[in-house]
Ligand binder design. Structure first.
Ligand code: TGC
Ligand code: FAD
Length: 396
């Protein structure tokens, strides 16, 4: 059987004619992003993932297709698009690789968004246009070695020294950290209030050691942020936002993108398994003709279709500023769960070929182990839903 992934014959499933719910602009954005992923990501991503290296050459193209800050207004270099368009872009990029979507999510939702939403006009003008093109790359430091699901317990801190702030502490598991030019960092002030600030590479006492040995998200660079008496100019702090709602407000944006993105992974795995099963002959007939394989495929397309409807509706609500944080949690959790289940079944449908890098499924499967953990774990999102429907907090 011909090995097909490097040619990337991907065709997206649309079982319920959901294209009719999209505008012409949405469809154009989708085809532009899909073409870019087929041309630039698919041919190289497996090799980069095998080598555990981030393909830096993709940064410029990500900027050109509007993947950095799609909803940020045009005057600051963003694309000024609605949330459905943003979701579609994340879906298409993650269909190629979760690590590349991570790079785009962090840049747009976790770096550009807080600078736009919480920053001063001077900060917006200084950073946003260059972040939109990828001339500057950013990362987002919330998680610490001892505070992951419970970021409110963070110990990274700032002291007001009069002319500047002094930043101390460490962040862990930070996407893009090893090559980022700037970091949006969350730290407690002397009153114990969480504040956001912009740290620039080159500031004395700031380092970003790379995390080695990941079996997941291998084409994404992850690292630590270490702050040893870093002097932060006063103009680098976000002036008004305080408390956990600052960083969590950014996470709403990124979690929304993942809800679409993980479904992209599910669609890629389904498409690969469907094509393979129609071509692979065993016992004298295509394996797609066996009931057990049809059950897997039928269940995959059913879950994909339900997920597509959920994220489409969430996109409409988000564009109208009516999406609740709990609705976003439900969609992030559901899409990742659907994708994990589909990736596992799709991998089995490819038999031995499924474990190789000739197909995208095994890489997707491993990536999803990060996606199910970051931006709030599967458990945390379930507890958010649980608290919303019962009114009872089961976190603490
Ligand atoms: P809690 O007392 O519930 O809330 C504290 C304050 O925050 C507000 N809030 C939110 N605001 C905006 N958006 C949300 N989603 C919010 N959730 C809560 C809340 O109203 C309150 O405001 P105020 O004004 O009363 O102070 O906080 P808690 O300490 O009990 O924690 C709640 C919990 C567990 C849900 C939250 O901390 C959480 O979501 N934990 C998960 C942590 C997480 O998601 N970390 C992600 C790190 S970044 C990352 O993973 C990037 S990966 C990037 C990539 O590569 O794609
Ligand atoms: P823990 O919080 O220690 O959780 C361990 C387990 O306990 C989980 O199963 C969790 O669900 C469970 N648990 C925790 N609390 C409860 C509870 N109350 N009830 C029930 N179960 C509970 N962070 C950033 O700030 N920026 C980034 O760019 C970033 N990128 C990342 C990239 C990768 C590849 C990875 C793996 C992580 C990244 N993260 C990033 C960190 C990520 O957000 C955290 O890993 C995540 O929030 C979970 O924190 P933790 O790993 O400390 O796990």
């Amino acid at each position: 059987m011909e090995k097909s992934i490097r040619k990337d014959p991907y065709e997206a499933p649309d079982y319920y004619l959901l294209d009719e719910l999209l505008t012409d602009e949405h469809k154009l954005i989708r085809s532009t992003t899909r073409d870019w992923v087929k041309k630039e990501v698919s041919p190289i991503i497996e090799d980069f993932a095998q080598r555990a290296e981030f393909p830096k050459q993709l940064i410029k193209g990500l900027g050109e297709i509007g993947a950095f800050g799609p909803t940020i207004p045009i005057e600051y270099g963003g694309a000024g698009l609605d949330y459905t368009a943003y979701g579609i872009i994340m879906q298409e990029i993650e269909r190629g690789d979760s690590g590349i979507r991570s790079t785009a999510s962090v840049q747009g939702s976790l770096v550009m968004y807080p600078i736009y939403a919480y920053g001063t006009e001077q900060q917006r003008k200084k950073y946003l246009p260059k972040l939109a093109t990828g001339e500057l790359m950013g990362c987002f430091g919330l998680t610490e070695p001892d505070h992951g699901s419970n970021p409110g317990g963070m110990t990274t801190n700032i002291k007001d020294m009069g002319s500047h702030y002094l930043l101390n502490g460490a962040k862990m598991w930070i996407s893009n950290a090893p090559f980022a030019d700037i970091a949006v960092v969350w730290a407690k002030d002397e009153a114990g209030k969480i504040r956001g600030l912009i740290v620039e590479r080159g500031m004395k006492g700031f380092s970003t050691p790379e995390t080695q040995g990941k079996w997941s998200l291998r084409a994404s660079a992850t690292g630590e942020l270490v702050f040893d008496n870093v002097e932060i100019p006063k103009e680098n702090i976000f002036p008004d936002i305080t408390g956990l709602k600052g960083p969590l407000g950014c996470l709403n944006q990124a979690r929304y993108g993942i809800a679409w993105g993980a479904l992209g992974v599910a669609m890629d795995c389904y498409d690969t398994a469907l094509r393979y099963s129609k071509e692979r002959i065993q016992f004298g007939r295509p394996i797609a003709g066996f009931q057990l394989q049809q059950k897997k495929l039928a269940e995959m397309i059913t879950e994909i279709t339900k997920g597509q409807l959920l994220v489409w509706r969430l996109g409409v609500l988000k564009s109208q500023n009516r999406a609740s944080v709990e609705q976003i949690s439900m969609a992030k959790r559901n899409s990742v769960e659907v994708a994990i289940e589909i990736a596992r079944n799709a991998r089995q449908m490819l038999g031995g070929m499924g474990i190789t890098g000739d197909y995208s499924i095994m890489r997707h499967m491993m990536n999803l182990e990060s996606v199910v953990t970051y931006e709030g774990t599967h458990d945390i999102h379930l507890l958010i839903t649980g608290m919303d429907i019962t009114g009872i907090n089961a976190f603490k």
